[in-house]
Design a protein around this ligand. Sequence first.
Ligand code: 5GP
Length: 180
Amino acid sequence: MIVVVSGPGGVGKGTIVDAAVKRDNGLWLSRSWTTRDQRPGEADDAYVFVTPTEFEAHIGAGGFLEWTEFLGNYYGTPVPDESAPDVNGRDIVLEIEVDGAQQVKRIHPDVMLIFVLPPSREEQERRLRGRGDVDHKVLARLKKAEQEEPIGRELADHVVVNDDLEDTIAEMLAIIDAAR
Ligand code: 5GP
C-alpha cells in the first residue's frame, strides 16, 4: 500500500509521519530529494539535499515517481525500490505537497491520500514562524496553503485536522490499520 500524507505547510505533517513510522513497524517512510537549503537544526537525513543540476539529472534519468517546484525549489520522491531490504513488504509513506499528491493519484489511483489540515490559520502561522523561516517565506507559505487546501480536500480519501498531535497520530494509524 502507498499512503500519501499531504497538507499545507505548517500543519505538522512531518511530525505526525515521523511518529507514525516509529510506532508502526509496517510503515516505511520515503526520503525525498530537495534543492532547498537545510534549515538550522534540521536533521541531515530530513531530505537528500542536492543541487538543481543533480536534481535535473535525476529527472532526466527517470528517477522520480513524482516531482514538483514548490516556492522556488525542487522537491521529488525517488522511485521506491520495493525490493530493498528496508522496504520489503512494508507500506510506503510519502509526505508531500498537493501537486505531488495529485501526480501520485494519477499514476496509482489506489493510493490512500490522507490530507492534514491545521486547526486554524493563526495556529498554522505560529507553527510556520516557529521553524525560523524569514517573514516573506512564512507569508508565501501561508498564501500557498490557501491554494492547496481546496484541491487537497477534493482529492483526499481522509481529512484529518491536526488539533491535538497525539490524537492525530492515533487517528492516522487507525486509518492505515483499517485500510490493511
Ligand atoms: P519543506 O520545505 O517545508 O520541507 O517542504 C515544503 C513542502 O514540500 C511540504 O509541503 C512538503 O510536504 C513538500 N514535499 C516534501 N518532499 C516532497 C516530495 O518529494 N515531493 C513533493 N511533491 N512535495 C514534497
